[in-house]
Design a binder for this molecule. Structure first.
Ligand SMILES: C[S@@+](CC[C@H](N)C(=O)[O-])C[C@H]1O[C@@H](n2cnc3c(N)ncnc32)[C@H](O)[C@@H]1O
Length: 333
């Protein structure tokens, strides 16, 4: 069973009226339209944690520019969201390698936030939410960047392949922060996480944020990304029965494994499988793996648990719950 089959079974009771992949795309649109306003606050795992990893990835993957006369690199940020990786790129560009940046997202609300985040810059910036317009780009891109995008796409490598016409033959792709199924497939890794959860099972129950979230949903259900997306999908006739928030999350986070069972059922991404599946299209140049306490941020843990994470990282450097990778476009045989 893979992600597609797993989700087909999950959806059956809701009588979907469109193909699963179309439903996932539409839910992503509805969900992120609502999440745009609160995204930066609700994702500390990106804004508080990822800076050093991205700086390392840019160091490894961003091509050098021979001379300033070349005009610099033309970069596409695909799935830009509120602008995290675009800002990383611009803020760490001390050598002025970036010549032009185009930020695209399927959610116009996200694109608008990204525009506000980046503000005025010295280099030309453009913002798009129309895929067909992106495909009309005349000069191809040197670099593609994505962050926390692939796991939302029903066919991640297919979507990246659809960008081939607007990428240079020797383009590089910096793919940040995706969930790795390797974590849940590694017994030692997820057993430490299970232990942690057992010892902290009351934390969530007594968390104030949880009750505030529930109250907000009662007062304004349409503003909640998952509840709002469920309502929008029902009203648009995409399903005959109202989706639960849990099912919306499963579809929006199409490739996020939440347990060993899901990972073994084929849910989640794995850089080694991706390298195999994209053979002839993209070569894996570099990768790094982190988050050895699954979805719980290591910085928030006590020293005892942090030390367990360090030991796991030493023993299984590739099997953290998240990974970043640098790819280069494969040269034609
Ligand atoms: C988790 S957010 C990441 C945003 C940003 N890259 C970051 O790291 O903060 C995922 C983003 O992917 C966008 N997205 C989802 N499906 C997409 C698709 N098919 N094409 C382009 N963007 C998509 C969403 O609208 C959302 O902004």
């Amino acid at each position: 069973m893979n992600s597609l089959e797993y989700l087909k079974e999950l959806l059956e009771p809701y009588e979907p009226q469109v193909p699963l992949t179309e439903l996932a795309d539409q839910l992503n649109r509805f969900f992120h339209a609502r999440e745009a306003a609160v995204y930066d606050k609700q994702h500390p795992e990106i804004f508080d944690q990822l800076g050093p990893v991205w700086r390392q990835m840019l160091e490894v993957g961003l091509p050098k520019v021979e001379s300033s006369e070349s005009g610099g690199l033309k970069i596409l940020d695909f799935g830009c969201g509120t602008g995290f990786e675009a800002k990383m790129l611009l803020d760490s560009d001390s050598e002025r390698r970036v010549g032009e940046l185009v930020c695209y997202d399927l959610s116009p609300e996200m694109v608008e936030r990204c525009r506000q985040t980046l503000g005025e810059q010295e280099i030309p910036l453009r913002f798009l939410s129309d895929f067909d317009e992106l495909m009309k780009e005349q000069t191809p891109f040197d670099v593609l960047v994505t962050n926390a995008l692939l796991h939302h796409l029903p066919d991640p490598l297919g979507t990246i392949e659809s960008l081939a016409p607007v990428l240079k033959q020797d383009a590089v792709w910096l793919a940040g922060h995706e969930p790795s199924s390797r974590f849940y497939k590694n017994d030692s890794c997820h057993e430490v996480f299970d232990d942690y959860q057992r010892q902290h099972k009351f934390d969530r129950m007594f968390s104030l944020a949880r009750y505030i979230g529930a109250l907000r949903r009662i007062l304004n259900p349409d503003n909640d990304p998952a509840e709002g997306a469920a309502r929008a999908a029902y009203e648009a006739g995409l399903v005959k029965k109202h989706l639960t928030r849990g099912v919306v999350y499963s579809l929006v986070d199409f490739h996020v494994p939440n347990s060993p069972e899901e990972a073994h059922a084929g849910r989640g991404l794995d850089f080694a499988e991706m390298a195999n599946d994209s053979r002839g299209h993209w070569d894996l140049v570099w990768k790094t793996s982190y988050n050895f306490m699954g979805p719980v941020m290591e910085d928030d843990l006590s020293k005892r648990w942090q030390s367990k994470c360090r030991i796991l990282k030493e023993r299984f450097p590739d099997d953290g719950a998240s990974f970043c990778a640098v790819w280069s476009r494969a040269t034609a045989p």
